[in-house]
Ligand binder design. Structure first.
Ligand code: GDP
Ligand code: MG
Length: 440
């Protein structure tokens, strides 16, 4: 697919401005890409017309070909739509603040309830209580109870035969008595949208008055995601979306569909079955996944627009002067890699990357990078300058602050030492400049 886009892009090369005419063919390819990514058809149509409106008449910068300019418009538009109004969870209310999860059966509500609870406990230091109002599936309540036990969150268990709305009421009392900051309410789902389900979840909503009503949707459901999103969006005043099973979805189309249909931001992404497999949603990464922009053109484009040349020059100068490569520099590099999307592809382009130890590229997949950046962010200024001071208790603190294990902190420090060595070598040979030039 990226090849196809690449070849049409070549054809629109060499014209000063983007026009209806010279983007027509490429837009058709983009349309195909979106459909292949399983974006719902109405959403594709709307998106294409938005991109067309934005692109036509746009001047093509000297350093860019028209094709690159167009891809950038497409990419930016995807990122803009999916990232718009993205805000952290709302806790501005009297505790316990309620988060309600709704969605079809099997979407991942119960799992997400536990993931969210763990995230809030670890990253936000909240006291969290959980409750399941799913009285239909026999094991549903036990499922959440077990998960709550695993993560050490409070769990409210109602008496057998209590109605869902009543359970929610009682759970509010329970959470208040426990002085919980947050109550997460899990609900029943159905295989298909039906009146009874919608009525039930509406009743629960009215009973607990949540500050966040999150629509939980399976990323793998593609086209259906748009349909269920529309139904839940009509029934409930949604405040956001949790996109689950993103780990199994290479295409990412559901993200755009659900965003467009509900108009609500995707707040989190589920990336596995375990309770720690929850990530903030990264529109830029999903955008490049939807477009399949791992090709050379987009790489060059991304690099041109995103590598902060000043930072690179500064780092180069610093290395020349023989000054140390600090954890701050390492973090800057990691963030740049992240901005550029496919890091594996980038490493391939770097002169000297062949000298990296085997498996080095896989240390830098997007998820790992976010974690690495979070770890560095949890360090004090002193620690970043002088990693030698990081002893066992500091490691534990850093791990806790960034929601990882101590061994992850150790791993990061080891990688940093490796990077430092590499930088030292390059600094000596003046290789940094060469490397940056190689990138452009
Ligand atoms: P519910 O019916 O909406 O409560 O869905 P569950 O939370 O019970 O999840 C249904 C299935 O999807 C379970 O087997 C989960 O382990 C799985 N699941 C949920 N979220 C994710 C995810 O982000 N990634 C993967 N791979 N599986 C998930
Ligand atoms: Mg469930």
């Amino acid at each position: 697919l990226s090849e196809r886009i690449g070849s049409t892009l070549d054809r629109v090369k060499g014209r000063g401005r983007l026009s209806e005419d010279n983007i027509k063919e490429t837009l058709r390819e983009v349309r195909m890409a979106l459909l292949e990514a399983d974006v719902a058809l109405p959403v594709v149509k709307e998106f294409i017309s938005q991109v067309r409106a934005r692109a036509v008449g746009q001047e093509v910068l000297k350093s860019l070909t028209p094709g690159q300019a167009l891809v950038k418009v497409v990419n930016d538009e995807l990122v803009r739509i999916m990232g718009e109004n993205r805000e952290p969870l709302n806790f501005r209310g009297r505790p316990p603040v309620v988060i309600l999860l709704a969605g079809l059966q099997g979407a991942g509500k119960t799992t997400s309830a536990a993931k969210l609870a763990r995230h809030l406990m670890e990253a936000e230091k909240k006291k969290v209580a959980l409750v399941s109002t799913d009285v239909r599936r026999p094991a549903a309540i036990e499922q959440l109870e077990t998960l709550s036990g695993e993560i050490g969150a409070g769990f409210y268990r109602a008496a057998e035969g209590t109605a869902p709305k009543k359970i929610a009421d009682q759970a509010m009392d329970f959470a208040r008595k426990q002085h919980a900051d947050v109550l997460i309410v899990d609900t029943a789902g159905r295989l298909h949208i039906d009146e009874e389900l919608m009525q039930e979840v509406q009743d629960i909503h009215a009973a607990v008055e949540p500050l966040e009503t999150l629509f939980v949707v399976d990323a793998m459901t593609g086209q259906d995601a748009a349909r269920s999103a529309a139904a839940f969006g009509e029934a409930l005043p949604l405040t956001g979306v949790i996109l689950t099973k993103a780990d199994g979805d290479a295409r990412g189309g559901a993200a755009l569909s659900v965003r467009q249909v509900t108009g609500k931001p995707i707040k989190f992404m589920g990336v596995g079955e375990k309770t720690d497999a929850l990530e903030p949603f990264h529109p830029d990464r999903v955008a490049s996944r939807i477009l399949g922009m791992g090709d050379v053109l987009s790489l060059v484009d991304e690099v041109q627009s995103k590598v902060d040349k000043e930072k690179a020059d500064k780092l180069g100068r610093k290395l020349k002067k023989g000054k140390g490569f600090s954890l701050n520099d390492f973090r800057d590099q990691l963030e740049q890699m992240q901005n550029m999307g496919g890091v594996g592809a980038l490493l391939d382009k770097l002169p000297g990357a062949g000298k990296l130890p085997p498996g080095a590229a896989s240390q830098f997949d997007d998820r790992t990078i976010s974690r690495q950046v979070a770890i560095i962010n949890s360090m004090t200024k002193e620690e970043r300058r002088k990693p030698a001071v990081i002893n066992g208790s500091r490691k534990r603190r850093i791990a806790q602050g960034s929601g990882v294990q101590v061994q992850d902190v150790n791993k990061l420090l080891k990688q940093f030492t490796q990077a430092q060595k590499m930088m030292r070598k390059m600094g000596k040979k003046g290789g940094m400049k060469k490397m940056m030039r190689g990138l452009q």
